[in-house]
Design a protein around this ligand. Structure first.
Ligand code: V07
Length: 252
């Protein structure tokens, strides 16, 4: 490739015609392993992971991503040692204590999917506060999946729909996929409910019960990097891969 071609490529990298995925979802894997490989405690890996959420949220917003869902804590994570669970549960408190000014500055809107019941009261409170104080922001939606499971989300939606049918509010013959989506927790994402690009870090290549319905048509990207190492450059590389796939798709 000539120097000129490389320059052209750079310019074209994020040009208007290149598609930026509207909704990016990330499974932030490898925080514990990242810490261990440095001889640090697992909690320091989670702290580094939390800081990376801030970096990538700001960056994705700048790149024109409309919704970023981050899988922070799964329903399976409760099986971890109690002190680790306790540490994870205060991360949202720390997150908003330090990041709220920048969230407002970047016009980011915070939303949440998952079951808040079991979360500590203080944690729930800061999350509710963040959702409320950003509800009119018009920038990217930063959606946290906390204590979330994909099957349980679908099952809860089916139960709610069954209730509406039993009460005569819905005609079962006329229920569409769009109707069903309005029962999913991810309806907080509005028009960008379906995932366009699913990223998982740290070399794992599984969906792990994450947004099962919403990933029906998404592209998947697996990075060998641990989440605390998945920086802006790594995110841009992932976007470039997405754009390459879109171009190939559009070309035929
Ligand atoms: C958590 C850091 C990121 C890597 C994955 C596991 C550890 C941010 C949050 C968070 C959640 C809700 C919210 C604001 C911030 C978080 C947990 C774990 C449980 F409203 N990072 N992070 N929550 N990790």
């Amino acid at each position: 490739m000539s120097n000129q071609e490389i320059e052209n490529n750079k310019e074209n990298f994020f040009s208007q015609q290149d598609s930026i995925p509207n909704h990016v979802a990330v499974i932030m894997d490898g925080n514990g392993r990242w810490a261990k490989s440095r001889g640090l405690k697992r909690s320091l890996g989670h702290k580094a992971g939390m800081d990376q959420v801030k970096t990538i949220a700001k960056h994705a917003n700048r790149r024109g991503v409309k919704a970023l869902t981050v899988y922070a804590f799964s329903t399976e994570n409760w099986k971890r040692p109690l002190d680790e669970v306790n540490y994870l549960m205060q991360l949202p408190v720390e997150f908003f204590d330090t990041f709220m000014p920048e969230i407002m500055e970047a016009n980011i809107k915070v939303t949440m999917i998952g079951i808040p019941d079991k979360l500590p009261r203080k944690t729930k409170k800061v999350m509710e506060n963040a959702i409320k104080s950003t509800q009119n922001n018009k920038g990217m939606v930063l959606n946290f999946a906390v204590n979330y499971g994909g099957r349980s989300e679908i099952l809860a939606a089916a139960k709610d729909l069954a209730k509406d049918i039993a009460e005569g509010k819905k005609n079962p013959q006329k229920v569409t996929e769009e109707d069903f989506e309005s029962y999913l927790m991810s309806s907080v994402l509005g028009e960008y409910q379906n995932v366009d690009y699913m990223i998982r870090t740290s070399g794992e290549e599984r969906i792990s019960n994450f947004m099962l319905w919403q990933n029906a048509y998404s592209e998947f990207y697996f990075s060998p990097l641990a989440w605390p190492d998945f920086n802006e450059k790594a995110f841009d590389e992932a976007l470039a891969i997405y754009q390459k796939r879109q171009r190939r798709f559009g070309g035929v």
